[in-house]
Design a protein around this ligand. Structure first.
Ligand SMILES: Cc1cc2nc3c(=O)[nH]c(=O)nc-3n(C[C@H](O)[C@H](O)[C@H](O)COP(=O)(O)OP(=O)(O)OC[C@H]3O[C@@H](n4cnc5c(N)ncnc54)[C@H](O)[C@@H]3O)c2cc1C
Length: 313
């Protein structure tokens, strides 16, 4: 245990009344299926519990981070020495749709799973999130990363979001506060999770459209994704695309498409996707990352930057 994680802290954490585990393997909670244990893992099932867990960690000066769907995280084999707060909040407030509505406002907890929400919206004839049907993770992760696909993104749908501030206030911020850019917001890669803003809820504006039309668009996006994206355990795009080029093209051009190290592999289908073949370690993935970075730098004088976030050493 870290020096800060005292019996008093554990007792206070238990009082929140949410499921928690000591030494929980984080591999079970990431799409990459790798990552060592969390010293403590707690699943926050309500916004109140999420706020309480963050406040407690701050009060007791315990390191923590918020885990959404784990779809953008490379977690060290040593795991995380502190508290991992898994966001399992799940409330969706669907509005009444009447004949005169052309758009509606939807309020969702930040732990809602984005592709599930996209499908539920399509079934109700709510248009705007079809791009998200194949984008794993939570609303909170999407708000932080400005997740998007096929020319749209969460910035396009977001009206405002409720946040827990670094000093513990709950505040609603309009979409322009996030300073959205391509796959980026001012919350992305916050220097320290201890002083970070935490996304609690989001308000989305969606258009009202015929159900068949929305479902067809969603199905089309899914078909396109299945045709281009490797199956199995991945974390999506490993590197950012450098200006005017594609990371996948560069990695392929240096002959590393399909390159395997231990149980980790640069996908033979799409070179910016790395795969866990079953029992890969973060160390093996890190070897692939540095191999690709060095080869691309040597041949093209381009430094590939990680799109994914690395947690731990
Ligand atoms: C197969 C696959 C395909 C993908 N395709 C796409 C794609 O097409 N487009 C795209 O944009 N992305 C894509 N991704 C990446 C991923 O889906 C997004 O980055 C997603 O938004 C991550 O959300 P998450 O909830 O999993 O965040 P996590 O990976 O759990 O966390 C990422 C970061 O956000 C922080 N965070 C999470 N929730 C909160 C919160 N409530 N408050 C504050 N901070 C928070 C975490 O602390 C961490 O720093 C893909 C990933 C995979 C595995």
């Amino acid at each position: 245990m870290s020096s800060k994680m005292t019996p008093q802290f554990l007792a206070a954490l238990t009082q929140i009344g949410q499921p928690y585990q000591l030494h929980e393997p984080l591999a079970q909670h990431t799409t990459f299926r790798l990552g060592g244990p969390a010293q403590i893992w707690l699943a926050a099932q309500s916004v109140t519990a999420l706020v309480q867990a963050v406040q407690l960690a701050r009060e007791y000066a315990v390191s923590f981070f918020i885990l959404g769907g784990g779809a953008n995280l490379l977690i060290s084999d040593n795991g995380f020495a502190g508290l991992v707060i898994q966001n399992r909040t799940s409330r969706v407030q669907f509005p009444e749709i009447n004949a005169a509505s052309s758009s509606v406002t939807l309020t969702v907890d930040s732990g809602v799973i984005l592709p599930n929400l996209a499908r539920r919206c399509a079934k109700r004839g709510l248009a705007g999130l079809e791009w998200a049907a194949g984008v794993p993770g939570t609303i909170g992760g999407a708000v932080v990363n400005n997740a998007g696909a096929y020319g749209s993104d969460i910035a396009h749908d977001l009206l405002r979001a409720e946040l827990l501030s670094p000093t513990g206030e709950r505040v609603w911020q309009a979409a322009d506060w996030f300073e959205y850019r391509y796959r980026w917001s001012r919350l992305k890669g916050q220097a320290s999770h201890e002083t970070a803003w935490v996304v609690l809820q989001a308000e989305l504006q969606l258009a009202v459209a015929p159900v068949a039309e929305v479902e067809q668009r969603l199905a089309d996006f899914n078909t396109r994704r299945k045709a281009s994206q490797p199956p199995g355990a991945t974390i999506g795009s490993m590197f950012k695309n450098p200006p005017g080029d594609y990371a996948g093209r560069l990695i392929e051009a240096v002959g590393l498409k399909g390159y395997r190290y231990g149980q980790a592999q640069i996908s033979p289908i799409h070179a910016n996707f790395f795969q866990n073949l079953g029992r890969a370690t973060a160390t093996e993935v890190y070897h692939l990352i540095t191999t690709a970075q060095q080869a691309v730098a040597q041949k093209f004088n381009i430094q590939l930057e990680l799109e994914v976030e690395v947690i731990g050493e």
